[in-house]
Design a protein around this ligand. Structure first.
Ligand code: 5GP
Ligand code: ZN
Length: 113
């Protein structure tokens, strides 16, 4: 499996892992776009949102719950933060393993695109 995020889950390549449970793993983005920029991913290799089956869809809730806990730890709950799920080429998705970005710690742009 040459998926970089699966390799992070397996501990085969290093990452600054901040949270993990049976379903999800969270770590700092290697190229942070904000003072807090974390990635929350399912352990299971799901390439993108379009590949998410109904059975796996609760994973997205698990990812949001982990993100909310991490936002507290990062101290951005009061100031605010953004959760982003890129899907596919025009959605800006580069890594083909489902992931949620948590961005915070500065005023984010109003522009979403
Ligand atoms: P995407 O553009 O697919 O929505 O986001 C992929 C994110 O993964 C990017 O923000 C990129 O900086 C991050 N990323 C890519 N490779 C690695 C890596 O090996 N380690 C970590 N921690 N982040 C990575
Ligand atoms: Zn993967």
């Amino acid at each position: 499996m040459d998926c970089i995020f699966c390799q992070i889950v397996a501990g085969e390549i290093p990452a600054d892992i901040l949270y993990q449970d049976d379903e999800v793993v969270a770590f700092r983005d290697i190229n942070p776009l904000a003072p807090t920029h974390l990635l929350i991913i399912p352990r299971k290799h799901i390439p993108s949102l379009v590949d998410l089956s109904e059975v796996d869809s609760p994973l997205v809730g698990d990812m949001v719950n982990a993100a909310n806990q991490l936002a507290k730890r990062e101290g951005v709950t009061e100031s605010g933060y953004r959760l982003v799920l890129d899907c596919g080429k025009q959605g800006g998705q580069l890594v083909p393993h489902l992931h949620m970005h948590l961005l915070g710690g500065r005023q984010l742009s109003d522009a979403l695109g």
